[in-house]
Write a protein that binds this ligand. Structure first.
Ligand code: 9D3
Length: 238
């Protein structure tokens, strides 16, 4: 799978993909990450990517022309011109006003051949990009970031680990979403402990040490329910 990232901060991406699961997937040839500098598709002397909002107001807005030129060039470069455009690819705008990104969307994206992630910046992106260029407009959560770069890294991490072979184990990825822990649909994972069995006076629950696997399974399920009620009551609200 190919991940294209369109950004005004290409240096930002030198760090996040140099380690861990994404690095392993790259080294194994299962995924490729290509970073594109939006300023390469500007045509003025100052390489301008932003402008003031129509109607007035704070901040600057990413202009449509470089974004359209970049996305069209990246997809054309990727697909030989004698072939029809590949349907199994998505252009995704990362924006604070997007639809929430979740595990279901990560699963859907992992079945695409390529994703092109557009990183929003400044006060926002000209709305014609969301309407006529991007297939989806997504946010990674209800908090304010300074731009889409961190969000793009989050999306790539979440999607990359679902690509068959990337985690090493072909079946684990689909099963370990918090929505499918084996403790029942829509529960958080149960808490985990490892050695030592007592640390600073805090003991690991005895049940987990007694070797009774049926009892352990019921105990973990109960802990998962309690933890979900405490930290994520919204998951139990239906
Ligand atoms: C204080 C600025 N906000 C006015 C109410 C709007 C705003 C504009 C631009 C808020 C954030 C941003 C930049 N954020 C992103 O581009 C972004 C983002 C986010 O802020 N939160 C969660 N997901 C994402 S994806 C891209």
């Amino acid at each position: 799978m190919i991940f294209h990232v369109l950004t005004i901060f290409p240096e930002f991406f030198e760090g996040p993909f140099a380690h861990g699961v994404v690095k392993r997937g790259k080294d194994a040839g299962l995924l490729d990450i290509r970073i594109h500098n939006l300023r390469e598709w500007t045509s003025d002397r100052h390489r301008t990517v932003d402008d003031r909002p129509f109607g007035g107001g704070e901040g600057m807005v990413l202009k449509p022309e470089p974004l359209f030129a970049a996305v069209e060039a990246i997809w054309q470069r990727d697909v030989p011109p004698d072939l029809p455009p590949a349907p199994n690819r998505k252009t995704v705008l990362l924006s604070a006003s997007g639809r929430p990104f979740d595990q279901h969307l990560a699963n859907a994206y992992s079945r695409e051949a390529a994703l092109l992630l557009i990183c929003g910046r400044y006060e926002g992106v000209d709305e014609r990009v969301a309407e006529h260029l991007a297939d989806d407009e997504i946010s990674i959560g209800n908090y304010v970031l300074s731009g889409g770069e961190l969000a793009a890294a989050v999306v790539i991490d979440a999607v990359a680990r679902l690509i068959p072979g990337v985690l090493g184990n072909e079946t684990s990825a689909a099963f370990d979403s918090f929505q499918d822990t084996g403790h029942g649909e829509g529960l958080l994972d149960c808490p985990h402990w490892t050695r030592p069995a007592e640390f600073r006076g805090w003991k690991v629950p005895d049940v987990l040490l007694n070797g009774n696997h049926e009892e352990i399974r019921r105990f973990r399920r109960q802990l998962a329910r309690e933890k979900t009620a405490r930290l994520r009551p919204d998951l139990l609200a239906e």
